[in-house]
Ligand binder design. Structure first.
Ligand code: 26Q
Length: 821
């Protein structure tokens, strides 16, 4: 190929950030890329033109970052995740490029309000909740702390469903985030790969090399094509790549079938490919055991692994050095089949023998666990796994044999321990355990909070931990302060800069300097004014969208997260009912005005979670219409909670509800976002709440309820909720009201089963924690009444949230797991 010397090629002109230049560029994109003039342009066109201008600035840095990694011959990090919950990108990119004021002015010159067009960008909702949002925060932090990284995932056409309310019930509607196109992404057809399913496995050609190699002849084949999105770090130091795969048919149309008159059958391949990457599974805590899900997992794992190996061999020549140049992190077990896929590539395609392939594989992978809930641990029926992935099934058996023989011969494991560590669960129908596969295939296995990591060692992975005591480690989650403070809360950001300078903008732990002004009356007053302004923004939005009248001076008590029984939204709702009773019985007391805000989606097949949403709406309707509690208590369920809604609700919250049954929430990250935005936490000693208490001090966080150890002990001794409920007048009265239909006069039995479940088993110990929760809520009222006390605590929470930056988390992954930095 004849190519000009790089130094003789023309280079793009350096760009200035003068608003008038930016405005010219926007008009240029509008004209030549979108094909409209300024008078004909609609808001969507202005948004598109603006994104194209920002994107071009990002590309300069993107190319430079890729070039630098290439020249440094550095190690790359590959973050494999079935979810990336990124939300909107425009404000993130503009802010990280440091062009916020200039862009605002440029658009103003064109008569366009940046805040208006910003709202038109759809959320990229390619995730369910915490795990997906963590992946998005990590991508931003890896770019910020200069880790060369690629995120790999699926470009779902339909991301997380849109939630609407119909008579208080959740209704799921498809979300079409790509309807107006996506100007952030680049299709890379040249980096496509073939992905196979099913078929047969034969002995590889007997040429004497590689005694383990097999030849897999898949029955079905698809093409994986990537779309790349640039991810900009803070101050645009580095721009990394998020590479999302889409499935395409090998033959878009089967011409033989078409010519024979079978016009539908001719599109069969095309439709099957399209189905593969069409939807995100909307379950976040039960492993939906559907075939299509396993196909998605393998499709994206295989495409990513082929891409990683291709890049490595292209740059470094020798596949054996892979662990020195590539660190692959598995975000939960969803990409765990990658372990078998890398083994297949090494053994079958590169003729490496089994033991060496296993060594390379183990040194390359790290695995992050996000849950201990038994129903969320992934496992696949052996017959299904074998039918879809016959070669991988053989490799799983081979890995298992090596593992079990070693455990038995060298470590003298007995039968019980052998069946616990086996990759095959034989307790019922035989299943492949993806958690065990990920564990044995990785050199590092990490939990996401200190408590969760300890519980991993004691419960699900107890025997594997005994076998490999050095592998489990902790990496407490974090959040990016750019999106979750600078961008979503500019008022607070400005106030902090005025008080302590700008150091915290590059080192979030410098926020501790706020301790010095936490009790300063003048600062508290300004802090309260910022919070009040943020609450007005939310109140206005609730007025416009839901017709609600909410007093911004009431306490905003907020619980926003996926709806799940272990997260105990029910505990919060029951407490609202009990408080409602109390206010009506004692109208003479000085009640603190409260608005209880709820938001979150339920998995479509999760019956009780959907019933809890309906209950919140039923309780809201009754309480909000009762003049007896007017101005004192309101309950609001906000539909379609998503990243963009979180960006409005976090800055407007006074109280953050983190009330899961201790031992069940792996970490939580919403807890950190609230703290950083100056809310106080009411919570159990669960997940990262424990470390938040350690950082902010026990007097600044409202901890109640059983500890994880107490929960475990109670369960072991045979927990009986009925007598506990009967001893608590408040609780039994609230439950009686709910069960008897006070909030559901149209269907008095609606909640009989839900309430009965609390009397009969109460898996999540709502009854056991109710009195301590309710008492702590009244204590919170007391603090609220003393504004100096309240804001002193709120400011100290902000001051000590710096450690919970995902920059810190990523630096720990980088140095302790990945061996980069
Ligand atoms: C698995 C198989 C089939 C279909 C769906 C799934 C599936 C999908 C998503 C299972 C689980 C999830 C998501 C889990 C999740 O979000 N976990 C949360 O991760 C956060 C980040 O570490 C923690 O802060 C939360 O505590 C944890 O609940």
């Amino acid at each position: 190929m004849n190519r000009a010397n790089a130094s003789t090629l023309p280079k793009p002109a350096p760009r200035t950030s003068d608003p008038s230049v930016l405005a010219e560029e926007i008009v240029e994109r509008l004209t030549y890329r979108i094909g409209k003039n300024a008078t004909a342009a609609k808001s969507h066109d202005w948004l598109a033109a603006t994104i194209l201008v920002i994107r071009d600035r990002v590309i300069d840095r993107w190319i430079a970052s890729t070039q630098k990694t290439y020249e440094d011959e550095g190690k790359r990090v590959y973050y494999l995740s079935l979810e990336f919950l990124i939300g909107r990108l425009m404000r993130d990119a503009v802010s990280n490029l440091g062009l916020m004021d200039e862009m605002r002015d440029a658009l103003a010159l064109l008569g366009v309000d940046i805040d208006v067009i910003r709202e038109l960008e759809p959320d990229a909702a390619l995730g369910n909740g915490g795990l997906g949002r963590l992946a998005a925060c990590f991508m931003e932090s890896m770019a910020t702390v200069d880790v060369p990284a690629y995120g790999y995932g699926i470009r779902y056409v339909n991301g997380m469903f849109r939630q609407e309310m119909s008579d208080g019930w959740q209704v799921e509607l498809p979300e079409t985030w790509l309807a107006h196109g996506n100007n952030w992404e680049f299709e890379r057809r040249e980096a496509s790969y073939e992905i196979g399913f099913g078929g047969t496995v034969e002995l590889a050609a007997a040429d004497g090399s590689g005694d383990h190699a097999r030849h897999w002849k898949p029955h079905d084949r698809f093409i994986a094509t990537p779309y790349d999105t640039p991810v900009v770090g803070w101050r645009a130091n580095r721009v990394n790549t998020l590479r999302l795969w889409t499935a395409q048919p090998i033959d878009p149309i089967l011409l033989d079938a078409f010519n024979a008159g079978d016009h539908i059958g001719a599109l069969k391949e095309s439709n099957r490919a399209e189905a593969l990457t069409r939807v995100l599974y909307p379950a976040d805590s039960t492993a939906a055991g559907q075939e299509l899900r396993l196909q998605q997992e393998y499709f994206f794992s295989s495409a990513s692994l082929q891409d990683i190996v291709r890049r490595h061999v292209q740059y470094f020549g020798d596949i054996r050095t892979l662990p020195d140049k590539a660190a692959i992190q598995l975000n939960d077990t969803h990409p765990a089949v990658s372990v078998a896929e890398l083994m297949r590539i090494l053994i079958d395609l590169h003729n490496i023998d089994f033991d060496e392939a296993w060594d390379i594989t183990r040194r390359t992978f790290g695995y992050t666990n996000h849950t201990l809930l038994p129903e969320a641990l992934e496992s696949w029926p052996v017959p299904l796994f074998e039918r879809l992935l016959p070669r991988h099934m053989q490799l799983v058996y081979a890995i298992n044999a090596k593992l079990l023989i070693q455990a038995r011969r060298e470590h003298h494991f007995e039968d019980a321990a052998i069946s616990a560590i086996s990759l095959i669960d034989e307790s019922g129908d035989r299943r492949v355990r993806m958690g065990n596969l990920a564990f044995v295939g990785a050199h590092s296995i990490n939990g996401v909070s200190a408590l969760h990591t300890e519980l991993m060692k004691e419960t699900v992975f107890a025997d594997l931990h005994r076998l490999y005591p050095d592998r489990i480690n902790n990496k407490t989650n974090g959040i990016t302060p750019r999106r979750w403070l600078f961008q979503c809360n500019p008022g607070l950001t400005t106030l902090i800069r005025e008080a302590i300078g700008d150091a915290f903008m590059d080192d979030s732990e410098a926020l501790v300097a706020l301790d010095g002004v936490a009790d300063d009356a003048a600062f508290q007053e300004k802090f309260a004014a910022v919070k009040h302004a943020n609450k007005i923004v939310l109140s206005n939005l609730l007025r416009d969208r839901m017709g609600l009248k909410i007093d911004p001076s009431a306490m905003f008590d907020t619980q926003i997260k996926r709806i799940h029984e272990y997260k105990r939204q029910l505990l919060n709702i029951i407490e609202a009912v009990a408080l409602y009773d109390q206010i009506r019985s004692h109208p003479e007391r000085d009640w603190v005005p409260r608005v209880k805000l709820f938001g979150g989606k339920a998995a479509p097949s999760y019956h009780n979670a959907k019933l809890i949403i309906k209950l919140a709406n039923d309780v809201a309707r009754v309480i909000n219409h009762d003049p007896a509690v007017q101005g004192l208590l309101k309950v609001v369920f906000i539909p379609n909670y998503n990243v963009s809604m979180a960006e409005i609700m976090m800055p407007a919250a006074d109280l953050s509800e983190q009330i899961s049954t201790a031992g069940m929430e792996a970490s939580g990250t919403g807890n950190m976002k609230f703290g950083l935005n100056g809310a106080l936490t009411i919570g159990t000693l669960d997940g990262a709440n424990v470390e938040m208490r350690d950082h902010v001090g026990a007097e600044n966080i409202m901890i109640f309820g059983l500890t994880a150890a107490e929960v475990a002990a109670k369960r072991a001794e045979g927990y009986k909720p009925r007598p506990i409920i009967e001893q608590s007048r408040e609780l039994s009265q609230a439950l009686a009201a709910i069960a008897s239909g006070v909030f559901s006069p149209d269907d008095r039995n609606r909640y009989a089963g839900l309430v009965n479940g609390l009397y009969e088993h109460d898996w999540f110990m709502v009854a056991a924690d109710f009195d301590s929760y309710s008492a702590m809520q009244r204590h919170v009222d007391g603090i609220w009444t003393d504004k100096a006390d309240w804001y002193g605590k709120a400011i100290r929470n902000v001051a000590h949230m710096g450690w919970f930056s995902s920059d810190r988390t990523i630096r720990q992954y980088a140095s302790e797991i990945w061996g980069v930095l």
